[in-house]
Design a protein around this ligand. Structure first.
Ligand code: ZN
Length: 311
């Protein structure tokens, strides 16, 4: 019955000011911008993709920045924390860096034998850096200030905060190839058997928690990986058999997507690895130019005039 899900593909969140978002993720955190495009449903707005050197699935955090957007409310039915894997012993470097750049952060804590550093982006989006002992050979992007032995390697896990967790746990274990690996109080850790990285989902059960609302500083959806369209359509059929309402396959230019709401209320996407971010620019030039889908090319000048400058 299991679908061939390969862990996380990307996480999409909502930001306010585009320039602040760009500066924070590329400079302070040192991620690479791997695609600069527009929101296909609202072409006057960017859709920015940050990732590792090659923009691999499992490293991609994306944003639609809307200047002046109200803050969302963090609560149940949401992905409440997105965590990146960092090399062991690099947490002190990041603590110093957060002080230097006035980032709001918490002193590091430990969770399931890992060192976790929690912090907020300029819109209040909750992020974590996790130093751990499991193998992670993904090649990070490095910058003049952040060397490879300190740089973010891609996602470690995502935490979903839910009123009740059983329905989501059933979906993860029965269809998505995850197994319950650990638990502590109300946190349940599920690990995907088909991948070695970006393969953890934590479910935090908060029965009396207030429902979250998605706006600035919150996650809009999380996407899981499949290798190709065949695997995606198979997963889609199985979800329909399980009674889910799921969208038709949509073309996102760099991957194909289907979306559905999981039982805890979080919007899930299943996205293909292919064609990837080199579909319309060379690997060495990723993220340099504004890329538009074909049907928006005739409006390039007009769109370029509306979009704010990022640097
Ligand atoms: Zn998505």
């Amino acid at each position: 019955m299991s679908a061939n899900i390969l862990g996380l593909h990307h996480v999409t969140a909502i930001a306010g000011n585009a320039k602040k978002n760009y500066e924070f993720y590329t400079k302070v955190l040192g991620l690479r911008i791997v695609k600069k495009t527009v929101n296909f449903d609202d072409p006057g707005t960017y859709h920015l993709y940050y990732g590792n050197e090659t923009g691999e699935p499992g490293t991609i955090l994306t944003f639609s920045p809307w200047d002046g957007i109200r803050r969302g409310r963090i609560g149940t039915g949401q992905a409440t924390s997105t965590s990146f894997s960092i090399p062991e012993h690099s947490a002190s470097f990041w603590l110093n860096r957060f002080q230097e750049y006035d980032v709001i952060y918490d002193n590091s804590s430990s969770r399931f034998e890992e060192e976790v550093l929690t912090f907020l982006d300029p819109d209040g989006l909750k992020l974590e850096l996790v130093s751990h002992s499991s193998k992670d050979e993904r090649k990070p992007w490095s910058t003049s200030e952040i060397s490879q032995d300190r740089a973010l390697k891609g996602f470690y896990n995502v935490t979903l905060t839910l009123e009740g967790y059983e329905g989501t746990a059933k979906l993860l274990t029965e269809l998505f190839g995850y197994e319950l690996a650990d638990e502590h109080i109300n946190r349940f850790r599920f690990v995907n058997k088909n991948s070695e990285t970006a393969n953890i989902i934590d479910l935090v059960c908060l029965p009396s928690g207030k429902r979250g609302s998605v706006a600035g500083g919150s996650v809009h959806h999380i996407a899981f990986r499949v290798a190709n369209e065949g695997e995606q359509l198979e997963a889609r059929e199985k979800l329909i058999e399980m009674g889910y309402n799921i969208t038709p396959q949509l073309d996102r230019n760099y991957f194909k997507s289907v979306y559905f709401r999981e039982p805890g209320g979080v919007l899930f996407e299943i996205a293909t690895d292919l064609p990837g971010f080199t579909a319309d620019e060379e690997a060495e030039n990723l993220g340099q130019e504004l890329k538009l889908p074909e049907w928006l090319e005739p409006r390039r000048k007009e769109i370029g005039n509306v979009l704010p400058k990022l640097s």
